[in-house]
Design a protein around this ligand. Structure first.
Ligand code: NAD
Length: 261
């Protein structure tokens, strides 16, 4: 079977909801034994996919170290780590920043990724896979993303740096930058004005479904992706390529077959 993960052990952080949940389901369907690490209860998901649920706050290094140790003990050395857990404080401009918000966002979204890389890489066999979830807002500007955007940009750079460091062990490190995805973080906001705006701006004209993002993680986790490392892959309906096609009227000299040199 192509892209088989039979016999692999995977850890997915933030796997109780949204994109992480879709990734956990995909990896399990491809044959992996999946540990779902979340600050919320992931037991129902674990029961559904035949995986294991572990409560963890990825911002706390000791908890991440304990997570990896538990997985090693109960499932074996991890082959795949997906650093996906994050908080998404959007609508926050520079004027809104407080130390508590900045510190928590970086603790979860950036330090959590660093701890995951550190402890999983130590426990992992050579040839493993580390996959990070960043965001299109780590690649281009978006309004009022004064703390979330920088945390996602940091993950892009963590991906490259870890890829360099772990290449001698053939551990690949890649990151996916989703566009706007129909997850509770987005659809759970009543009358979220971001949704119609992004549908209008995104070249493909719609939000992503979580599984469309998870499919790329599945490929990156697979043996077939062995030569891909340090890559930053937008799965964003084209929004980092440019905004959606709309009626731009050609100037008269073009329409009339003339052009001014
Ligand atoms: N939804 C989008 O439009 C979108 C777009 C681009 C990038 N992303 C990224 O995708 C990832 C997942 O987002 P989502 O939309 O699926 O979010 P979500 O809120 O549906 O799920 C996030 C999960 O992470 C868990 N989590 C949060 N903080 C945690 C912590 N400290 N420790 C452990 N678990 C924690 C939550 O409990 C939740 O289960 C994030 O990295 C986010 O930045 C999302």
């Amino acid at each position: 079977m192509f892209f088989s993960l039979q016999g692999k052990v995977a850890i997915v952080t933030g796997g109780a909801s949204g994109i992480g949940l879709a990734i956990a389901r995909r990896l399990a369907a491809a044959g992996a034994r999946v540990a779902i690490a979340d600050r919320n209860d992931a037991a129902p998901v674990a029961a559904e996919i035949g995986g294991m649920a572990l409560r963890v706050d990825v911002a706390v290094e000791d908890q991440v170290a304990a997570l990896v140790a538990t997985v090693v003990e109960r499932l074996g050395a991890p082959d795949i780590l997906v650093n996906n857990a994050a908080i998404q404080p959007l609508g926050v401009g520079f004027d809104d920043l407080t130390p508590a918000l900045v510190e928590r966002a970086f603790a979860v979204n950036v330090h959590g990724v660093a701890y995951g890389i550190k402890h999983a890489a130590r426990a992992m066999r050579d040839g493993g896979r580390i996959l990070n979830t960043a965001s299109f807002i780590g690649l281009i500007g978006a309004p009022r993303a004064a703390v979330y955007g920088p945390t996602r940009a940091a993950v892009v750079q963590q991906t490259r740096l870890a890829a360099m460091e772990l290449a001698p062990r053939a551990i690949t490190v890649n990151c996916v930058c989703p566009g706007t995805v129909a997850t509770p973080a987005v659809t759970g906001i009543p009358d979220n004005p971001e949704i119609p705006f992004l549908e209008k701006m995104t070249p493909l004209g719609r939000l992503a479904q979580p599984d469309e993002v998870a499919a790329v993680f599945h490929f990156l986790a697979s043996p077939e992706a062995a030569y891909l490392t340090g890559a930053v892959i937008p799965v964003d309906g084209g929004i980092t390529a440019g905004w959606r096609e709309h009626d731009v009227i050609a100037p008269p000299q073009v329409r009339e077959g003339r052009w001014v040199e």
